[in-house]
Design a protein around this ligand. Sequence first.
Ligand SMILES: Nc1ncnc2c1ncn2[C@@H]1O[C@H](COP(=O)(O)OP(=O)(O)OP(=O)(O)O)[C@@H](O)[C@H]1O
Length: 250
Amino acid sequence: MIEIQDVYKTFGENEVLKGITAIFHPGKNNLIIGGSGSGKTTLLKCIVGLHEPTKGDVIFDGENFTNMNFEQRVPIRTQIGMLFQNSALFDSMTVEQNIMFPLNLFTNQTKAEKLDRANFCLERVNLAGKNKLYPSELSGGMKKRVGIARAISMQPKYLFVDEPNSGLDPVTSILIDELIAELTAEYSITTVVVTHDMNSVMGIGDHIIFLHQGKKWWEGSNKEIAKTDNKELNNFVFASPFMRAAKASL
Ligand SMILES: Nc1ncnc2c1ncn2[C@@H]1O[C@H](COP(=O)(O)OP(=O)(O)OP(=O)(O)O)[C@@H](O)[C@H]1O
């Protein structure tokens, strides 16, 4: 479980987050949504320690991460899997080397053990046998899947994903969403996804927080979102005529 307690983040004069409080539970797909510039990525970075909150705390299973120094954070960091935009694979490394990278960095496993884990993760994302390919030889969807394989290589308790579907076609996007949701349920991971994709919101949004004007404006599930009378959320989710018509037919 991750608890975010009254988190503020200011850049110069720009107060981006104005007291966000939320709880993200294990085994759930927790989605952060909101307009462009609403602070979604900033919140994600505050949670994982890539930004320090100006005020407030982030607590991982009872441990106050915000108060810890670099060294103290290491045990929690090793339980975090991340998939950021563009998959962030190392172009000069093969698929297998990319997946083994965190294992080389953080474990004392033998080469055979690391290879076993890489093969398991590759199989889990339906890319068995693609070990020796380089990122330049992969499609966008395959890159995301390798990114996911690398993110789960350390058997993370927490998984953070920023815009998993950017640049993917709708069918591949659904496959990536389903993969994230399956892994989350299978390993009871506390997953936090930043997304713009309304298909993801409706498809896998167990728990959604909507950011607006630096605040948590609304919180609920994908079932509740369809029935919300929150004006700003409605304007955001049902911005297109197609989505409005879909809502009207519910
Ligand atoms: N490192 C930084 N330094 C200064 N300002 C920043 C920094 N990172 C983000 N910001 C500002 O914080 C605000 C929120 O940015 P953020 O990237 O979190 O929004 P977002 O909701 O993820 O947007 P998008 O959906 O467009 O990716 C923006 O005004 C941005 O300019």
